[in-house]
Design a protein around this ligand. Structure first.
Ligand SMILES: [Zn+2]
Ligand SMILES: [Zn+2]
Length: 331
């Protein structure tokens, strides 16, 4: 079994792909999770994913023509190998993919090695070949303990709310904003107002047993809470000014992300749904592969770090610089 990149992660000599960006000629597509850069299928593609991912795909994009919802650990056969899905700790339903044939290939997709309020961390998969994301594959990316970031964020929110301000928290509508909803309930004892898109995804999380606490759908009701959760793409200067105008309150804004850019936000809180540099390395050590193929973000740099620090052969999965560099926005 040989793995390579061509509009998705492919297995040589088969019509099987993981996270295809095009499904032409693909019989079976495994979709690791519901972020848009990983979701692509035709109505006649057999789509394999976790049941949680299927719910999120159908809520956010469109109905899947030929869905196969899989439980974590359940094995299916395709040609000469078996494949199974395993928690990747990134967002609800996010999966690592394990292929077992003449060799064992683990594909991490986006993964997180820390528990959060809404997701359990990924466990490394033992394998011969490891295909892994390297979004934060530079040593400068270090993440604090999550509980510590929650505490810092709670202190800041309480201080700002205490000054009579409205707190706007920005986080991706699938994953981060559910964590922020749970954070607001647990740490601020406040039911936040959430954007409609976030509201729908919160409901999907709840339908799969993840408890987020209470929340209100944004609907001309800004006076009903002091916390508003929005997707970052909508949280521009313009919206913040409009909010100030309509609430007649000052706005304090923060974004939860592993990236360091601040843009127009007052604060950045270091909450990532990916793994830090050290966590990426610890995954490789625990998986014990004979070779590592990196993808996303700092893939070339991280492959060099694996060779240097662990002595394991490593290179980017794709030789195409543009594919390598595509820094995940869904952090
Ligand atoms: Zn993702
Ligand atoms: Zn991604």
């Amino acid at each position: 079994m040989k793995v390579f990149e061509e509009k998705g992660i492919c297995i040589e000599g088969t019509h099987f792909k993981v996270d295809p960006s095009s499904c032409e000629g693909t019989k079976a597509a495994v979709i690791s999770h519901a972020h848009s850069d990983h979701v692509n299928f035709n109505q006649n593609t057999e789509v394999y994913c976790s049941k949680e991912t299927l719910s999120l795909i159908e809520t956010n994009y469109k109905k899947v023509g030929k869905p196969h919802a899989m439980k974590f650990g359940e094995k299916k056969r395709f040609d000469s190998f078996e494949f199974s899905l395993h928690n990747s700790g990134h967002i609800l339903g996010s999966s690592q993919v394990l292929l077992e044939g003449d060799q064992t290939i683990a594909i991490t997709s986006d993964f997180k090695m820390q528990d959060s309020l809404v997701a359990k961390k990924a466990e490394p998969l033992k394998c011969d070949t490891l295909v892994m994301e390297a979004t934060f594959g530079l040593p400068e990316f270090k993440f604090s303990e999550r509980a510590q970031v929650y505490d810092e964020m709670a202190q800041w929110c309480k201080k700002e709310i205490g000054k009579g301000k409205m707190v706007v928290l920005a986080g991706y509508s699938i994953g981060k904003s559910q964590e922020l909803t749970a954070f607001s309930n647990h740490y601020l004892k406040t039911a936040p107002i959430v954007h409609e898109k976030i509201y729908e995804n919160n409901k999907v999380y709840e339908s799969h047993g993840v408890k987020l606490g209470e929340f209100l759908k944004l609907d001309h009701n800004l006076s009903e809470s002091s916390v508003l959760i929005m997707p970052p793409s909508l949280c521009n200067q313009h919206l913040l000014q409009a909010l100030e105008f309509s609430t007649k309150k000052e706005i304090a804004s923060a974004m939860a992300t592993g990236w360091k850019y601040r843009n127009h936000f007052d604060r950045i809180f270091n909450l990532s749904d990916h793994s830090s540099f050290d966590q990426l390395l610890s995954y490789v050590k625990a998986a014990g592969p004979k070779q590592v193929l990196t993808m996303h973000g700092y893939s070339a740099e991280f492959a060099r770090a694996i060779k240097r620090k662990l002595g394991i052969p490593a290179r980017p999965l794709s030789s195409d610089e543009a594919t390598q560099r595509c820094l995940a926005e869904f952090d």
